[in-house]
Design a protein around this ligand. Structure first.
Ligand SMILES: C[C@H](O)[C@H](O)[C@H]1CNC2=NC(N)=NC(=O)C2=N1
Length: 110
């Protein structure tokens, strides 16, 4: 199968089933250890940086990915850390879009 980071998010307007726990855990295995799942509802990534400039640059790059993919994570950050939460609002759960976005975000720092 094509690597997650090479794929693109597909428009999701509902009507798709949210991923079940076993799909979630299989997809999580394709991401870095920074990501954990919060039940089947969302995945959370924790990123550390050496200073505010590096953190802010990362946040800007994540926002750019979100714009290009039309899939939007919640982003919170401080001086040297950033937390990304991904879920697919349209289906109230996780879809491939969340894992594709997470894999692209991983690529920024790996
Ligand atoms: C039409 C467009 O694809 C949708 O409105 C997108 C926009 N960004 C989104 N982002 C997230 N996280 N979940 C969504 O369901 C979603 N829907």
């Amino acid at each position: 199968m094509t690597e997650l980071a090479e794929r693109h998010c597909a428009p999701c307007e509902g009507g798709t089933q949210p991923m079940n726990a076993s799909d979630v855990s299989e997809r999580l295995g394709q991401l870095s250890d920074r990501w954990t799942s919060d039940g089947d509802a969302k995945i959370v990534g924790q990123f550390k940086f050496k200073n505010y400039y590096h953190t802010q640059a990362f946040v800007n790059a994540v926002a750019y990915i979100a714009h290009c993919e039309d899939h939007h994570p919640d982003i919170t950050f401080g001086y040297n850390q950033c937390t990304i939460e991904l879920t697919t609002h349209a289906i109230n759960g996780l879809s491939d879009n969340d894992f594709i976005s997470a894999a692209k975000i991983d690529r920024l720092v790996d």
